[in-house]
Structures are given as C-alpha cells and as structure tokens.
Design a protein around this ligand. Structure first.
Ligand code: TUI
Length: 315
C-alpha cells in the first residue's frame, strides 16, 4: 500500500486514463475490479449519460472508481453536479481549472485530482484544495501541454506536497518503474487500455493502436491553443495544411469537432480524430484489463528486484 492506494481504497497504484467517448462503465468497472482505479470519462457527453454510466458501473463493482470532468465541455456544470449527487468517490479533471467546483465536491467528501501539464498549474491546484495531482506529459494522447513526462514529474513532485500520479508515455512495467523513480506514487495509463478486451472502442481504432509504430502520432492544433495528439491520417494532413495556410481558427475547430466521435464510435480512422499516446508502438496485444494490471505489477516488481540486485552486487 502507498498513500494514494490508502487515500482511494484501491489495491494497485494504477489509474485507467479517462478517454472521451472511450472510457465508459465497461472499461472503468473492469479496471476497478482488477484493483486499479477505473475512470469514466464524461468528455463532451450530457449529464444524463454520465448518471447512467455511474449507476451501471456500481452494478458491476463495489470497488472505488472515478469520473473525469472535461472542463471544456458545454455540459461541465451539470456533469459536476451529477458527480456530487451520485456518490462518486474520486474526480479527476482535464483541460482547465476545476476551481469553481471544488467546494461542492469537497463538501461531499470527494477526492479531487486535477490533471495538469505544468508546475504552476499543479501549485495552483494544491492551493485550491486538490487531494493529489495527475501530472501529464506531452507523450499522452489527446489534449496536451508542452513538457515531457521525464521533465515534468520530478519538477511537480518537488513543487507540491500532495501525491503525484504520472501520466504520458507509460504502457509497461519499465515506464511504471521509471515514473516511480521520478517520485510519482502512481501511474495513469490510457493507450494500453484502448486494446483491453472490455474496452468498447471501435475495432478499427484498436487495430490502429496494435499496428502503430513509434512515429505514428502527431500534434495538431498548436495554433488554435488546443494542441491534441492523434494518429496521423487524412484528417491530420488536411488539418495541418490548413493550419500552415493560416486558416481561420473557427474553421479549424469545426474540422476537429466531432472527429473523436467519428473515430471511436463509427470507426472512421481515416477522417476522424484517433487520439493515442506516443507509446502506442509498444502496445501489441489485446488482453483483459485484469491481465494488463497483473502484468504491470509483475514487471514493476521484477524490475525493482533486478535493480536492487544490481546495486547490491556493484555499488
Ligand atoms: O484533458 C486532457 N486530455 C484530453 S481532453 C480531450 S477531449 C477534447 N477534445 C478536443 C479538444 C479538446 C479536448 C482529449 N484529451 N488531459 C489533461 C490535460 N489538462 N491536459 C492539459 C490540461 C490542462 C490545460 C490547462 C489543465 C489545466 C489547464 O489550466 C488552464 C487554466 O485555465 O488554468
């Protein structure tokens, strides 16, 4: 047990990344049942969808699970209320400052864990009452900041006194161990759970991850102020051409809007936004969520023992 596991009542320090349209109750419940922290992503979905997903998750498992509130969502206010009403134990937030919901959530005893891309935002979140911080490097899929996980984690760990969870570029025991060495108390993993058997993302999306190489993702939208890491495809080629030509920001946003739904639900991996992290090239097999979690813990343990052995023998 470490302090994050104690704080949240989970067995293993592994969060399942909240992926909009992807992370529903099916994957969240599977991860929580296996001892990690499953997280339902509210994304841009309406509050009623979230309410149903929370109730469905509770039917499958009595283990703790979380909800992620995507703060750019037009439904964020109602979603924040549903989280408080439905007795969710843990909230993570993304793509903004959750300050205005903090009082409501804290009054219900909810643990609040904002996802942040920089030291300054991490410090502000701690001051505003966050219980822990997910520090997310730009290796991650989706909406990202500027810093890599390697540079971000130790700087955030030194800047705050609450626990730090590392995210971005982690998919196996090696990344897990490295994150712990940087001072993180847990990891958040998204891309690898895309190919979990319980994950309901479209088959074409799963195939895209399984066939990926190291250089298959790209960041679009730096000029719009919403940088997003996605797989290169026809959509990104068009987007980047228009971005280079200085196309009107609203037109670019329009092109991106709806793209994630097209990829996740309809399986249009040519013209949709196929968000995934740089570590996709490492993800080669479909597995049940429980097997992924057991394998991560086994690898973490083996690596830690190997290093201890090396130190005892050589130093
Ligand atoms: O939120 C994410 N990743 C996401 S959200 C998402 S859905 C979406 N789709 C299209 C456009 C935009 C979003 C897909 N992936 N990760 C966590 C994250 N949070 N990354 C960066 C931030 C962040 C940025 C600024 C957190 C706080 C912040 O603060 C700004 C402020 O106002 O203080």
């Amino acid at each position: 047990m470490n302090s994050i596991c104690d704080m949240l009542g989970i067995k293993y320090p592994i969060f399942q990344g909240a992926m909009a349209w992807v992370s529903n109750h099916a994957i969240a419940a599977a991860v929580s049942k296996a001892g990690g922290l499953g997280i339902i992503a509210a994304g841009n979905a309406p509050a009623d969808w979230l309410r149903e997903e929370i109730r469905a998750c509770k039917k499958v498992t009595d283990k703790p699970f979380g909800v992620n509130v995507m703060l750019l969502s037009p439904h964020a206010d109602e979603v924040a209320k549903v989280v408080a009403e439905e007795g969710v134990k843990v909230v993570t937030t993304g793509a903004g400052n959750p300050g205005k919901y903090m009082e409501l959530w804290k009054s219900k005893g909810i643990k609040v864990i904002p996802v942040v891309p920089s030291v300054a935002i991490a410090k502000r979140m701690e001051k505003e009452g966050a219980d822990a911080i997910v520090a997310e490097g730009c290796e991650s899929g989706g909406h990202i900041g500027e810093l890599t996980t390697m540079a971000l984690i130790p700087q955030v760990v030194d800047a705050v006194s609450i626990p730090v969870i590392a995210a971005g570029g982690i998919a196996d025991g090696r990344g897990f161990a490295a994150a712990m060495m940087l001072g993180a108390q847990a990891v958040q993993i998204g891309t690898r759970f895309l190919v979990a058997e319980e994950c309901t993302v479209h088959e074409a999306y799963k195939e895209k991850v399984l066939k990926a190489t190291d250089i298959d993702t790209v960041v679009t939208g730096r000029s719009t102020g919403h940088p997003v890491r996605v797989f290169k495809n026809q959509m990104t080629r068009t987007f980047m051409k228009l971005e280079k030509e200085g196309t009107d920001l609203n037109k670019l946003e329009e092109l991106g809007a709806g793209g994630l739904y097209r990829a996740v639900i309809e399986g249009d991996v040519m013209n949709g936004s196929v968000m995934a992290g740089q570590i996709a090239g490492l993800v080669k097999k479909r597995q049940p969520a429980e097997e992924i979690i057991e394998e991560l813990m086994k690898e973490l343990k083996e690596i830690t023992l190997q290093r201890t052995h090396y130190i005892n023998e050589n130093m």
